[in-house]
Design a protein around this ligand. Structure first.
Ligand code: SF4
Ligand code: SF4
Length: 440
């Protein structure tokens, strides 16, 4: 086959190679599912960041950074899963799940369809974009602009979902009065829109290849055992005048000469390309020359027994276990409500008579918290209210006033709180009374 010969023009041989049939559609499926998961996570309430209270929301529960075991356990668990993924399948996360690459591939496909195969939007070599003469029409440019703006506009909503409840996003999308009053969301959205548009329209895979921190972090776990593309050098005669695999690579890597740090994301497009080529070529027989392998000698197929898995993932697996244990401990000791009692500034008489009871409700569901005081007669104190109703998560203050007529000396006071959701707690205060001093 010559470089100008397209695989479509070649006579089809009945011989089939598995990779060509399933790798590409399987990757597309995983990419779309991953994108869906990223959107569903905040929408379902599974995880969202709450800047106002300085924590996160998980399944309608506020998790404060002070709930350290949950927060630490979750991050340790997720980070170690990523390490395991790298130890097992190399950078496949980037090629199979990363929404940045999904959008970039879509943009590549659209650009080539509308402006021709050689129309790369940005090239660090400084070469100009080469638009096919046949496709130089205003309509094509307009369609391309629409095709890039729409995904950028959808992508720009995703970060908002992680910082706002769905109801706020809905009022934002429907231009409701509430959203217009808090117009900052529109500005934030426009900033994200601009960033995603630049990314999808121009930067694309350059971000993955040159600027992604996650890639750098990932490569620190690189080992010779990680999954990689392997090339069958013994049959290199098949490669004469062929560049089909390298052309298929969106990161401009030549899979026949993969180096340790060349940024291959194990997408498998080159494997598929060579398989397709061998499937259709009369001159070439057998499977493609490219395949996925673990280590330097063992092919992937049939070489991933449990023992090999443990060997490759021993350390991160321990971290996963530690993360899961920390997370479980945090969940078991989680308090749906919390409260503290502290004195308000001294009165003019020089003694403390007022205490602030600060109640925090951490569930996004309504509840009523009831207060009781032990250690004093009801005539010796006054609560400005003995029950606080919450419609959703939030904080409220109640003032406990100690009568100045309280007998002189130290008094141990216990404030008890109980909520409809089953939570209860107490807070002890030692109060010193100076005796019958009139409070102003
Ligand atoms: S590896 Fe396959 S696709 Fe790549 S140049 Fe050789 S024959 Fe062509
Ligand atoms: S070399 Fe192959 S597997 Fe690696 S990124 Fe390029 S096309 Fe994907």
């Amino acid at each position: 086959m010559t470089t100008h010969e397209s695989p479509k023009q070649m006579p089809v041989q009945p011989e089939h190679v598995a990779g060509a049939r399933f790798l590409h559609p399987a990757r597309r499926m995983v990419q779309y599912i991953s994108l869906l998961i990223i959107i569903v996570i905040p929408l379902s309430g599974l995880f969202r960041i709450d800047m106002e209270m300085g924590g996160v929301i998980m399944l309608d529960h506020q998790v404060w950074f002070s709930d350290i075991t949950i927060v630490l356990g979750m991050w340790l668990f997720l980070a170690s899963l990523l390490m395991i993924s790298y130890a097992m399948v190399g950078s496949a996360f980037c090629g199979w799940m990363c929404p940045q690459n999904t959008a970039s591939e879509f943009a590549n496909m659209l650009t080539r369809k509308l402006l021709g195969r050689r129309a790369n939007m940005m090239d660090l070599s400084g070469d100009k974009m080469q638009v096919s003469v046949r496709r130089q029409s205003s309509l094509n440019y307009i369609l391309l602009a629409i095709g890039l703006i729409v995904p950028a506009a959808l992508y720009a909503l995703i970060p908002l979902l992680y910082f706002n409840p769905p109801s706020v996003i809905w009022s934002f999308l429907t231009f409701s009065e509430v959203a217009r009053q808090t117009g900052s969301l529109y500005w934030i959205y426009l900033i994200f829109l601009a960033l995603f548009l630049i990314d999808i329209a121009a930067v694309r895979h350059l971000l993955c290849k040159n600027f992604c921190f996650y890639r750098v972090w990932q490569q620190s776990f690189q080992s010779s055992e990680s999954l990689r593309v392997a090339y069958d050098k013994q049959r290199s005669d098949d490669c004469a005048d062929c560049h089909f695999c390298a052309d298929a690579c969106f990161l401009d890597i030549d899979p026949r000469q993969i180096q340790a740090f060349d940024g291959c994301v194990n997408c498998g497009e080159c494997v598929t390309a060579c398989d397709v080529l061998h499937n259709k070529s009369k001159k070439r027989s057998g499977a493609g020359l490219l395949t996925f392998m673990h280590g330097s000698h063992q092919p992937l197929a049939g070489t991933t027994p449990l023992a090999a898995f443990f060997k490759r993932t021993k350390k991160p697996l321990l971290a996963t276990l530690a993360g899961a244990l920390l997370f479980a401990t945090g969940v078991l000791t989680y308090q749906t409500d919390d409260f503290s009692v502290y004195h308000i500034a001294e009165g003019s008489s020089g003694q403390v008579l007022d205490y602030r009871i600060n109640i925090a409700h951490k569930l996004l569901h309504p509840t009523t918290v009831r207060l009781r005081v032990e250690g004093l007669n009801s005539s010796e104190y006054q609560l400005d209210r003995d029950a606080v109703h919450f419609d959703t998560a939030g904080r409220a203050d109640v003032v406990l006033h100690i009568k100045p007529s309280l007998s002189k000396g130290l008094h141990r006071i216990r404030v008890l709180a109980s909520a409809d959701d089953g939570w209860s707690g107490h807070f002890d205060v030692t109060h010193f009374s100076q005796g019958k001093v009139m409070d102003n």
